[in-house]
Design a protein around this ligand. Sequence first.
Ligand code: 13P
Length: 188
Amino acid sequence: MCCTIEDLITTARRMAELGLVIGSFGNVSCRQDDRILITPTCLDYSRMEPADLVTLDLAGKKLAGGREPSSEFRLHVAIYSARPDAQAIVHTHSAHALALSLVATELPMLTEEMEYGIGGNVPVAPFVPAGTQELADQAADILKGIPSKALILARHGVVGFGQSLNEALLICQLVERNAKIYLLTQPR
Ligand code: 13P
């Protein structure tokens, strides 16, 4: 088992405390054998209780939980299917990564920490509306063919994944930090 409900809530709160999202934006999930545990849609992280978490099967069908799953559940389902190395996923809307998505087509591997942590350049997926199957399919198609454990979604945010919630959150932090470094070093 990759995580407990408490781990999931702790990671979601940490994501908000780190400023990687505001309000109830963003979402977090982990894979538990043939199930996915995911944060609910539109609920402030400070108010999130264990009963609010949602359990899905690997096709995205709701199996349990007091609320509706994150509107990005299709994105999470598609990434678990495309990448066997994904056991936990964090989706953020961090500012520098979002800014980069407006001016570049990828975050190049600028630093050693990025090479070590993320494993490759991070592409920017062309804009498609949030919460759609199109967004999920596009993300899966891109991630199938590259080593990177992260993807930037144009005008939207970042999705990072790994073997654990801690790793998935770290990947999102690395993308945000290196997007900031990229923007700081671009000629004006
Ligand atoms: P949820 O609140 O539905 O998880 O989604 C917000 C979001 O981040 C959409 O990309």
